[in-house]
Design a protein around this ligand. Sequence first.
Ligand code: ADP
Ligand code: MG
Length: 251
Amino acid sequence: MEMIKVSHISKNFGKLEVLKNISLTVKKGEVISIIGPSGSGKSTLLRCLNNLEKIDNGRIEIEGKPIAAYENGKKVHITESDIRKRCKKIGMVFQSFNLFPHKTVLQNIIEAPIVVDNMEKEKAVRIAERLLTKVGLSDKRDVYPSKLSGGQKQRVAIARALAMQPDIMLFDEPTSALDPELVGEVLKVMKDLMKDHMTMLIVTHEMAFAKEVSDRVIFMDEGRIIEDTYPEKLFTNPDHPRIKAFLEKML
Ligand code: ADP
Ligand code: MG
């Protein structure tokens, strides 16, 4: 089953072509890392997948259903409610955590299930408590984000995304804002999700992690996917000289 199918999408910001004819598919349970230089379009690609950005051409399907589509250059109408319903299957975690500062950890996690999904509060709290155990932060339930370390904030952000019971998780440089000693605790939570067979797309600069955990690694450069292959190949013998140069710089 294809969880995500991206066909020939393009995206412009004004005159700037940020995504150029991108295609990729993600199957259920796959873990895919996206790497490449700054400005190559990695974040924009993730943001298009959950409709935070609109594409200008091509087609995106989530679990077989379109969330954005053009045919012969003309936009296909998809209702906002269908888009919202399909994108609800996708959780996203950002580099900058984006927690609500005036809400406690628990309140952060129960907010969307209650407001977006009309879930009963008691049920939302039960789910949140289970998720806090999963990310190792049960004792922080009633604390405000300002009292947490970066690694703890990011684990809360992951729990918050999971509270909507997504089928797909997108991570945009989840550890880039963290002190080095806090990176491991976030990567561990992500590995636990992989054990649960979560479908994951991860933009990252953690090359060792990408090599270890990914089923495939996608390399983006100047708005294009220039290689999409298994990690051993990409990290040891990439086809493209740009990738070799990039990896050498990262070491
Ligand atoms: P990456 O995540 O690989 O660093 P981005 O997707 O953030 O790349 O950005 C790709 C290009 O699009 C960059 O040139 C960036 O400046 C530009 N860009 C991103 N977001 C916007 C925006 N909202 N408006 C205009 N340009 C943008
Ligand atoms: Mg980015």
